[in-house]
Design a protein around this ligand. Structure first.
Ligand SMILES: [Fe+2]
Length: 437
């Protein structure tokens, strides 16, 4: 008999006015994107990392507005169907999102979220979402063990033609690699921040993967409307990410802590656009990196510190973020935005650059939009026109980084070894294949 952890569900439901029609009046089953409209059946089901990923996990999903109260059932997974005799039942926090973009119809949807708490490290769980006669299938997920090893995927911008062109990349990663503990998206998940059908394409590309492996995402400029920079309401509504960063930057600036790995998301757009949010993030980042007890620290943000072409210089990241990464010896920065691949180090001291020390910076792109890459002193490896995925493993004193093309072929690899003084030694394992330029 399995012992089920005691969990507390979120039981807040936002008041509903009148239920809406299941689909907009100006949309019919013959429309190309009709299948992306909400229905009574849950869709866009996603797991998100919590700030304490060995004990908690976030779940989020969508229905149409006929579903005013939604539920999640979960249990410790069992070899057979007997888990259904040990189900815990939670009511979701429900909120409404009304969106409209260009010629898309006005879409009314309900988004539902639950934070599962009291989970056990190494535990395997099943869950389903819905209610009445409209339940999802049972999904299964695993909480990482407390053995100080973490494996995760990192994707650069997916952004364009996501359902059509990113799908093969994430699926190749899942087929080719060992089981990942989580996935990181480095911003620009879609192209138009509030285009609901684009978000539908993003969920379509990930499908059950998003519901089975938790992800964390940092927003890119394409998740914002302009003047002033305003995060799309889709973000906080459809994701269930940590809100442990500066006030006003909930679910965009936050930290996640594994036993020996701290992984941080910074809101790059607000670093670029807002002096007050930039300052708040700098203060917060310094604070959480001071007396940081974890062996490894990885940070993700959208605008890269070192660009992949000279005309793409990101001055705010150089001026304000690089000094903090250098001061606190952050091990790795995983970034997006430049639509090319580049990886290397560059440490600035008294106006001089040292390309043999400091944070390792990576830029990558997982979608099909490609920009030129120009050789630069900081780059150990680079690529043009190459959709990639990255596997990062943190285990004891070694961080191993591997970049694969969409074909599943190893394109770049290195290790960071931490010596007894806490200093990093980088060892390249670059495959003996030509650079794609
Ligand atoms: Fe971008």
């Amino acid at each position: 008999m399995s012992k089920l952890p005691m969990l507390r569900g979120l039981i807040l439901a936002i008041a509903i006015t009148s239920p809406m029609c299941a689909f907009p009046q100006n949309s019919s089953p013959g429309d190309a994107n009709f299948h992306l409209l909400p229905s009574h059946k849950p869709d866009r089901i996603i797991l998100n990392l919590s700030e304490n990923p060995l004990e908690e996990i976030g779940v989020n999903w969508r229905t149409d507005t006929t579903i005013t109260v939604a539920h999640l059932e979960f249990a410790k997974a069992t070899p057979g169907p007997e888990f259904r005799d040990q189900i815990q039942h939670l009511q979701a926090l429900t909120e409404t999102l009304v969106s409209q973009h260009d010629d898309e119809p006005v879409i009314h949807a309900k988004y539902h979220q639950v934070k599962l708490k009291g989970l056990e490290a190494g535990g395997k769980y099943v869950y389903r979402v819905g209610g009445g006669h409209s339940w999802s299938e049972w999904y299964q997920f695993t909480i990482p063990t407390d053995d100080k090893e973490v494996n995760f995927l990192y994707f650069g911008d997916v952004q364009n033609e996501v359902s059509s062109m990113f799908s093969r990349v994430i699926r190749e990663a899942i087929i080719n690699l060992p089981k990942m503990d989580f996935t990181v998206y480095a911003g620009d998940l879609i192209n138009h921040e509030s285009a609901d059908f684009e978000w539908g394409g993003w969920f379509e590309a990930g499908q059950w993967i998003h519901a089975s492996i938790p992800s964390m995402m940092t927003p890119g400029n394409h998740e914002f409307s302009k003047n002033p920079a305003t995060l799309t309401p889709h973000w906080n509504t459809q994701f269930n990410l940590p809100a442990n960063g500066p006030q006003g930057l909930e679910e965009t600036t936050y930290e996640v802590n594994f036993p020996e790995l701290k992984i941080i998301s910074l809101d790059g757009e607000q670093i670029d656009e807002s002096p007050s949010y930039r300052k708040a993030q700098m203060v917060w980042l310094r604070d959480i990196l001071t007396n940081n007890p974890r062996k490894w620290t990885v940070v993700t943000f959208h605008y890269p510190v070192y660009a992949t072409a000279p005309d793409r210089y990101h001055d705010k990241m150089i001026d304000f973020i690089r000094p903090i990464l250098q001061e606190f010896n952050v091990d790795l920065a995983i970034q997006g935005h430049d639509h090319a691949y580049a990886r290397g180090r560059a440490y600035e001291q008294d106006g001089k650059m040292d390309y043999k020390k400091g944070t390792v910076y990576v830029v990558s792109v997982a979608g099909p939009k490609m920009y030129e890459v120009k050789a630069d002193d900081w780059m150990d490896r680079k690529a043009y026109g190459t959709q990639t995925y990255q596997w990062i493993q943190v285990k004891e004193n070694i961080l191993t980084f591997r970049t694969y093309t969409a074909l599943g072929e190893l394109y770049d690899s290195f290790e960071i070894q931490k010596n007894s003084d806490g200093e990093n030694i980088l060892i390249n394992h670059i495959p003996n294949t030509p650079e794609r330029l």
